[in-house]
Design a protein around this ligand. Structure first.
Ligand code: URA
Length: 232
C-alpha cells in the first residue's frame, strides 16, 4: 500500500493532510525520513513525529436496518446490527448515531471513532435525513414550530427542516440526534410517528440496492466525502 494511503488509514488525516506531513519530513519508514507519498509499504515500521503507528485498517459499512434489530453492539435478548455483521468482521465496529428498534434505513458502522464523533456532534452539522410518516397531516403552524424548535425535556431542539413528501409523510432533516428525537418532536405538536426511515447522513445516501438486513462496505469516495464534509 502507498505510504499516503497507509497514513490516512491509520487516522493521520485526509490524503491531502498526510501528504503535507510527508513533505514536512516528519514521517519515517524503518527509522529513515521518507518524503515519497507513493513509497510502497508492506511490513515496514512507519512513524510520525517519532511515534510508531499501529496499522489497524478502518472499516466502514452502510446497512439497511430493518425493524426489530437494535442498533446497539450487544444485547442479551434482541438481535443487533453488529450481530448481522458477525463472522465477516474481525474488528470491532460500532453504530454511528442510533435508530430506534422500530425505525428503518441507513445505519453507518465503523471503527473510526474520531469520524464517528464528528458525525454525531451537532457542532459539525452533519444533516441526518428521515422520511417520517405521521398519524395526521401537519399544519403549516406545526411545521413552523418543529422547524424553529420545540422544548424536549427542558431543552429546545435545534432548528431543522420539515418538507411534505405526500399526505402523511414528511422529510425531516436534523443536525442533532437526541433520544427518540423525532417521536418526541411529533408528540410536542400533538401528533404521532407511525413510521421512521433514515435515508441519508451528511453526504452518505442509503444505497437503494440494499434490501433490509443487507449491508456493504463504503467505497473510498464515500469515505472521503464523509471525512471532508463541511456544512454548506
Ligand atoms: N428520531 C426518533 O425518534 N427515532 C429514531 O430512530 C431516529 C430519530
Amino acid at each position: 500500500m502507498r505510504l499516503d494511503k497507509y497514513l490516512s488509514h491509520t487516522g493521520q488525516g485526509t490524503r491531502n493532510q498526510v501528504r503535507h506531513l510527508i513533505k514536512q519530513g516528519v514521517v519515517e519508514v524503518d527509522g529513515i525520513v521518507c518524503k515519497q507519498a507513493a513509497r510502497h509499504i508492506t511490513n515496514e515500521v512507519v512513524s510520525v513525529y517519532g511515534e510508531r503507528l499501529k496499522y489497524e485498517p478502518f472499516l466502514y459499512y452502510m446497512m439497511h436496518k430493518p425493524k426489530g434489530i437494535l442498533s446497539a453492539s450487544k444485547d442479551a435478548k434482541l438481535p443487533t446490527a453488529i450481530d448481522l455483521l458477525q463472522g465477516v468482521n474481525p474488528l470491532p465496529v460500532h453504530v454511528v448515531g442510533r435508530l430506534d428498534i422500530d425505525s428503518t434505513g441507513l445505519l453507518l458502522l465503523t471503527n473510526n471513532g474520531a469520524l464517528a464523533h464528528k458525525i454525531i456532534s451537532p457542532k459539525t452539522k452533519y444533516p441526518k435525513h428521515y422520511h417520517v410518516s405521521v398519524r395526521e397531516p401537519l399544519t403549516p403552524a406545526q411545521i413552523n414550530r418543529l422547524e424553529t424548535g420545540v422544548e424536549l425535556d427542558g431543552i429546545m431542539t435545534k432548528p431543522c427542516q420539515v418538507r411534505a413528501i405526500d399526505g402523511l409523510t414528511y422529510e425531516v432533516i436534523l443536525i442533532e440526534g437526541r433520544y427518540h428525537q423525532i417521536k418526541k418532536m411529533m408528540h410536542a405538536v400533538a401528533n404521532e410517528v407511525t413510521a421512521l426511515h433514515r435515508t441519508r447522513i451528511g453526504p452518505l445516501v442509503l444505497d437503494d440496492a440494499l434490501l433490509p438486513r443487507e449491508y456493504r462496505a463504503l467505497t473510498e469516495e464515500e469515505v472521503l466525502q464523509l471525512q471532508t464534509f463541511h456544512d454548506a
